[in-house]
Ligand binder design. Structure first.
Ligand SMILES: CC(C)(COP(=O)(O)OP(=O)(O)OC[C@H]1O[C@@H](n2cnc3c(N)ncnc32)[C@H](O)[C@@H]1OP(=O)(O)O)[C@@H](O)C(=O)NCCC(=O)NCCS
Length: 234
């Protein structure tokens, strides 16, 4: 089953908790986090990494120190410890989202902002653009971000980044549901979640089953659980 977890970055933690989190990630990730100019960017990347560590430890019953990550050639992260633990991370403004599944999965969250239809014309497929134009004016922004996050969730499922042209596949949203029209042989499933009214959140998975709701994680509890687990193995 595809499961969805969320953390709001505005939950405050103190400096020693922040430093603790920095101390339990890889050196590469630490460098990436420290190189951000803005604290919020650092928080989003750090918390995403921590969420996956917490979830992997819980589900695989192993310790944080045992987790080994690798990336595909386009940067999609995976865990070496299990062939049955797939995950993906997405962050936008106040939210960090992690999805986990026994099969390949992708997620995208975007904060809804005013749109430029020229972007859709340029990047969406012809059918997607026409679908967007057919919407009443007051629904265009919503449909734009539905299509955007669904497309991105598919790209993130594939793990190819933007090496796959955005108009090489087409998202279809109709009364029968959501599907992707592409050369993919696999049957894929999509689900959208309502998280916060200013955001769109879409998931693409090989599994037909998704958690009904988002599980909101409390960062302080996550920290406590990771701390306990490391002291219990001393
Ligand atoms: C990097 C990319 C995978 C997603 O970028 P994004 O939308 O800016 O970022 P998100 O917050 O959704 O996801 C970032 C996370 O995805 C993961 N990720 C990185 N490379 C990935 C890849 N190739 N595939 C899947 N996930 C990837 C990482 O965990 C990353 O977290 P980190 O930056 O904290 O390390 C890539 O697809 C991209 O650059 N997309 C551009 C967005 C775009 O133009 N979309 C058009 C949709 S119509």
């Amino acid at each position: 089953m595809g499961e969805v977890f969320a953390i709001n970055i505005n939950e405050s933690i103190n400096d020693s908790q922040f430093q603790y989190l920095l101390s339990i990630i890889t050196e590469n990730k630490r460098d990436q986090v420290k190189n951000f100019l803005f604290l919020k960017d650092a928080q989003r990347t750090l918390y995403g990494d921590i969420m996956i560590r917490y979830l992997a430890c819980q589900k695989l019953k192993i310790n944080n120190e045992q987790l080994v990550f690798f990336h595909n050639e386009f940067g999609k992260p995976y865990l070496l410890n299990s062939s049955e633990f797939y995950f993906n991370i997405s962050h936008s403004e106040d939210w960090v989202i992690c999805v986990v599944s026994k099969k390949e999965i992708g997620v995208d969250i975007e904060k809804i902002k005013p749109i430029d239809l020229g972007i859709a014309k340029r990047f969406f497929s012809k059918n997607e653009y026409e679908n967007l134009l057919s919407m009443p004016d007051n629904m265009k922004v919503n449909r734009f971000f539905d299509l955007w996050t669904l497309k991105e969730s598919y790209i993130k499922y594939k793990g190819t980044g933007l090496s796959m042209p955005l108009d090489s596949f087409c998202m279809s949203i109709d009364d029968y549901g959501i599907r992707v029209i592409s050369n993919d042989k696999k049957h894929l499933f999509f689900k959208q979640y309502s998280l916060d009214k200013g955001y769109k959140l879409s998931v693409c998975s090989e599994e037909n089953e998704f958690s009904k709701n988002i599980r909101y994680l409390n960062l302080k509890n996550v920290i406590q659980s990771l701390r306990l687990q490391s002291t219990s193995t001393l």
